[in-house]
Design a protein around this ligand. Structure first.
Ligand SMILES: Cc1cc2nc3c(=O)[nH]c(=O)nc-3n(C[C@H](O)[C@H](O)[C@H](O)COP(=O)(O)O)c2cc1C
Length: 363
């Protein structure tokens, strides 16, 4: 398959590697337009200019984070970091998906989705992404995260996203201790809140599907809470298989976390025209990101809000997944989210926050 086509204005270069984008990105050379001065709101008790941001995804360095802060995104999550260096999975890392497949089969977690070379004209942009949660070593990311925290303006917050590294010989205790250490490191760097990533569609089961193990998620939340120095604690999940599964998770983490971030990219089997896997071996399933996952993400937020209300839980919900227009940001807040974040949308349209603030200053 050829490389995915670059859209005009896109900040991440598809014709370059993840590492190239990490070192040289973002691609944004236009003058920074003025950002509308919207009224202050609160986000988990912190003052913010808007409840719109970027989730753990493309903001992999202080340069990326500062660029998006200057473009008016206010709830900024630095890309997930580890306590060890981890390379990105080999290319391809992005593939466009067939719109007809998405329309018919996206809701079915077992149905294969076909990768295509070009996005379908007139459709929102939806891709499969497969990176494997790469990370620089702490000796690089910690000072860089510190720079990122210093780069933001009034009414903006930086969230530090962390993940423990599982593997052979890593005991349960050591895995949880990894979250504890990482929490302290991101807090030392100056983040306003800490997010434990319990979901990544294309890493090993132990790290990628943590949120499906309520007990383990609760233990991780407790460890992060204890090390977070009173900062808000967030937990990132993928889509749950059922409202009952979500309920078990929310009940277990209640009291140990302040908010859940929903959703990480739904994992699907991505194939070529001949049915063979489109990504390299071991990465047959990849995360679906962008416009088409919006209904799944909105449904997750609504369900979570209903369960939280029914069970009188002290949790907020942050919406992510498929947000590509100002109306989508409003839809997340109307669904009960306390903030909304865009990764794919913000990558294709760096002016999304400015447009949203013009359209709806109350965001
Ligand atoms: C390039 C890229 C990298 C990502 N890396 C992370 C990550 O490190 N940690 C995480 O929790 N989610 C990660 N995500 C998932 C996003 O936070 C988000 O949940 C997902 O992309 C759905 O939102 P979207 O439709 O706005 O892209 C990544 C997404 C993208 C596109």
């Amino acid at each position: 398959m050829s490389l995915p086509t670059q859209a005009p204005g896109q900040t991440y270069r598809f014709d370059q590697s993840f590492e190239w984008n990490f070192v040289n990105g973002p691609q944004f050379t236009a003058p920074f337009p003025p950002v509308p001065q919207t009224p202050m709101k609160t986000f988990l008790g912190l003052p913010v200019r808007s409840r719109l941001g970027v989730p753990a995804s493309i903001l992999s360095t202080s340069r990326w984070l500062e660029t998006y802060a200057r473009l008016g995104f206010d709830v900024l999550t630095f890309k997930t970091v580890r306590s060890i260096a981890r390379l990105c999975g080999s290319p391809p890392n992005w593939l466009y998906l067939d719109e007809a497949d998405l329309a018919r089969h996206l809701a079915d977690p077992d149905a294969p989705l076909h990768a295509v070379d070009q996005p379908t004209p007139g459709c929102g942009l939806t891709l499969a992404g497969s990176f494997g949660m790469p990370s620089a070593p702490p000796s690089f990311w910690q000072p860089d995260l510190e720079r990122a925290c210093r780069s933001i303006g009034d009414g903006q917050v930086v969230i530090g996203s962390i993940v423990g590294t599982a593997g052979e010989g890593v005991s349960d205790q050591a895995f949880i201790a990894d979250f504890d250490r990482l929490t302290r490191q991101v807090c030392e760097a100056g983040v306003h809140a800490v997010e434990a990533n319990l979901s990544c569609p294309n890493v090993g089961r132990a790290e990628g599907e943590l949120y499906q193990d309520s007990e383990r998620s609760g233990q991780i939340a407790q460890a992060v809470r204890a090390a977070s120095g009173g900062r808000p604690v967030l937990l990132k999940t993928g889509p749950f298989a059922s409202p009952q599964a979500m309920r078990g998770f929310l009940q277990r983490v209640n009291g140990h976390a302040d908010a859940v971030v929903m959703i990480n990219a739904p994992a699907r089997r991505i194939v070529r025209a001949d049915g063979s896997p489109a990504f390299p071996p071991g990465r047959e399933r990849a995360g679906v990101i962008g416009a088409r996952i919006l209904p799944i993400a909105l449904d997750a937020v609504r369900t979570a809000r209903q369960l939280i209300a029914a069970d009188h839980l002290a949790l907020q919900v942050i919406g992510a997944g498929g947000l590509t227009t100002p109306a989508d940001a409003r839809a997340f807040l109307d669904a009960g989210a306390c903030a909304a974040q865009s990764a794919t949308g913000a990558m294709f349209n760096p002016y999304l926050a400015i447009q949203t603030k013009h359209a709806d200053p109350s965001i």
